[in-house]
Design a binder for this molecule. Sequence first.
Ligand SMILES: NC(=O)c1ccc[n+]([C@@H]2O[C@H](COP(=O)([O-])OP(=O)(O)OC[C@H]3O[C@@H](n4cnc5c(N)ncnc54)[C@H](O)[C@@H]3O)[C@@H](O)[C@H]2O)c1
Length: 316
Amino acid sequence: GSCPSKATIHGKTVIVTGANTGIGKETARELARRGGRIILACRDLDKCEAAAKEIRGDTLNHHVDARRLDLASLTSIRAFAKKIVEEEERVDVLINNAAVMRCPHWTTEDGFEMQLGVNHLGHFLLTNLLLEKLKASGASRVINVSSLAHVAGRVDLEDLNWERRPYEAKAAYCQSKLAVVLFTRELSRRLEGTLVTANSLHPGVASTELGRHTGMHKSIFSSTVLGPFFWLLVKTPKLAAQPSVYLAVAPELSGVSGKYFDAFRQKDPAPEAQDDEAAQKLWARSAGLVGLEEAQAQAPAPKAVPPGKVTDAQSS
Ligand SMILES: NC(=O)c1ccc[n+]([C@@H]2O[C@H](COP(=O)([O-])OP(=O)(O)OC[C@H]3O[C@@H](n4cnc5c(N)ncnc54)[C@H](O)[C@@H]3O)[C@@H](O)[C@H]2O)c1
């Protein structure tokens, strides 16, 4: 169903990755409707601008902006984060939504297996680079879009990038989505004592462009056998966006952190996703791969700034 919370987000700034299409675009649209300043972060700036324009026209919220972010490039992630840190007063919600599913054995600019690189490592670096900004904005929320597919995942810490095993696109997707839940768990642990929360979610199964590499989005749509039933089982992108919207806005989720949601319901993720030791090891491996200083990832929390207030440091 639709988001159980009707809360608005006036004065808040939200970043949504992979927001030019699918669930990300509908998440951005719904949040724009609720009054926030929405930053769409997409690999292709033209598509991003087009989506931002469409959302502005649709919601009459003119605080909807497009920014370039290629999660398959550490350089692009650093450039995006630098711009946000320098130009934005605050970041209240970061929705790590972008993903690649079951693509061929591609690698990112920095040589990571594409699905791990985009779905996990890219968002891992992005989140860490924005962490001080999130803390300075008060009770900010990090929302990591995972998938039920994480239950079939296995994180191989010795071979995260599929260099020593035969590549399996499906298993690589499941690994990346399990990594997202483990990352959320460890992030939440590290955020204890701050007001910032981090949760992950499964949006439900939706008809989006995610199946572009599997042919599923085409074959199932055109299937005369599944056709009539397909729509009973599968959500529209708009409906699949509602859980992300809920985690972003719901007042009742204030202070809730380190949890996994299946749509609107908090649930236990797979046992592998509740392994604190694995989460800590994955954090260390991920930090090493993206070249993140551990010290930077653990800097003490600065004082929170109430909405609308700009500190000297931020205004300079
Ligand atoms: N659709 C489903 O059934 C389903 C089920 C479970 C989880 N999910 C998750 O929901 C999220 C949204 O997926 P969707 O279904 O809307 O798919 P989608 O393919 O329509 O959207 C994914 C977005 O990620 C972006 N992206 C891919 N690579 C990128 C990169 N290198 N840099 C920046 N952006 C990049 C794409 O451009 C696109 O905008 C994903 O995290 C996906 O894993 C979807």
